[in-house]
Design a protein around this ligand. Structure first.
Ligand code: ADP
Length: 311
């Protein structure tokens, strides 16, 4: 079976700014496929070109067998797109918005079913401006799905939602996928990608820097270990400072009144042994398992934007 989406050597510049230098990936039917990357990496440009909303400068984008560069209109009835910050007129009600969008498609979804799926049945007559942030977000997902698309592209799905609303939205996306829709998820939230995506690419500076399932990406770097420990009060600071000179150790950082140590597979025994030679036994040793966030930091050299925003 051929992939539902095939992006090959995509390139797109805005004047002198190269937004996408060289991006290739393929998405299989029924997948939730993630596109991750720091701000400005080229994620939105990639999906806008993919959806036939912008012309590319090079490479090809094929969706459901249609070249979206040559025939953007041919794929539109089968493609649902939720772009960042879709704003609707303040007084437009949920029901009116759905009817309006449904009119663009030959075989729209059943509006009542869609409202039920998205938990918006009671808001049918509510104006856009009177919806909560979570409800507005769910409406924008409903609008992306109203055309009964085979493929849905969702950009920054849960930005601005509270933790409960984010979890509800994740459950909803899984329901939509289970109904047979292939989903492309643009996100900068690592937990979201780890939880939802079957496979993903990480894009940095307009190029794919990592690709695979969350589990395979996390496992690929497992030769690097991280652990935290506390040292007994009165331990000479020079002893902790000297740990970074051990060949197994990469970094030692003071964290939460203790230390976070990273290094190779044998970093923990090497540190415990070195401390024992100084007659010190560490307290509260806790190993940290690697997450997609660590992969992101490794391959992009950037802190995830979610953390930057929070700090
Ligand atoms: P991301 O979605 O990963 O944040 P974008 O695709 O939005 O990345 O942007 C990639 C680069 O292209 C950035 O440097 C951005 O400033 C630039 N860019 C995006 N859209 C435009 C535009 N319409 N005109 C000019 N530059 C743009």
């Amino acid at each position: 079976m051929s992939p539902v989406i095939e992006v090959t050597n995509l390139r797109k510049a805005y004047g002198p700014t190269v937004a996408v230098a060289d991006v290739s990936f393929a998405v299989e039917r029924g997948e939730i496929f993630g596109i991750l990357g720091p701000n400005g990496a080229g994620k939105s440009t990639t999906v806008e070109v993919l959806a036939g909303l912008r012309p590319a400068d090079g490479g090809s984008t094929v969706v459901l067998g249609v070249d979206t560069q040559r025939e953007p209109a041919a794929v539109r009835p089968h493609l649902g797109v939720q772009l960042q910050e879709s704003r609707l007129p303040a007084r437009l009600t949920v029901g009116e918005a759905l009817d309006l969008y449904a009119a663009f498609y030959p075989e729209p979804a059943d509006a009542a079913e869609l409202l039920d799926l998205l938990g918006l049945t009671d808001q049918r007559r509510t104006a856009f401006a009177d919806l909560s942030g979570g409800q507005q977000q769910r409406l924008s997902i409903a609008l992306a799905l109203v055309g009964n698309p085979q493929v849905a592209i969702l950009d920054e799905l849960t930005t601005g939602l509270d933790p409960q609303a984010r979890r509800d939205t994740w459950a909803l996306i899984e329901k939509v996928r289970d109904a047979g829709v292939t989903i492309v998820l643009v996100t900068h939230f690592m937990d979201e990608a780890e939880r939802l995506c079957d496979r993903l690419v990480i894009i940095d500076d307009g190029r794919v820097v990592a690709a695979g399932s969350p589990a395979s990406l996390v496992a690929a770097g497992e030769d690097r270990r991280t652990f935290r420990m506390r040292l007994p009060a009165g331990t000479a600071p020079a002893l902790a400072d000297g740990l970074v000179r051990l060949p197994e150790v990469d970094t030692v950082a003071a964290v939460d009144g203790g230390y976070e140590v990273t290094g190779g597979p044998r970093v923990l025994p090497a540190v415990v042994l070195a401390l024992a030679e100084g007659d010190v036994a560490p307290d509260e040793v806790r190993t940290l398992s690697r997450t997609l966030e660590d992969v992101f930091v490794d391959v992009t050299g950037a802190r995830p934007p979610a953390l930057e925003a929070a700090s």
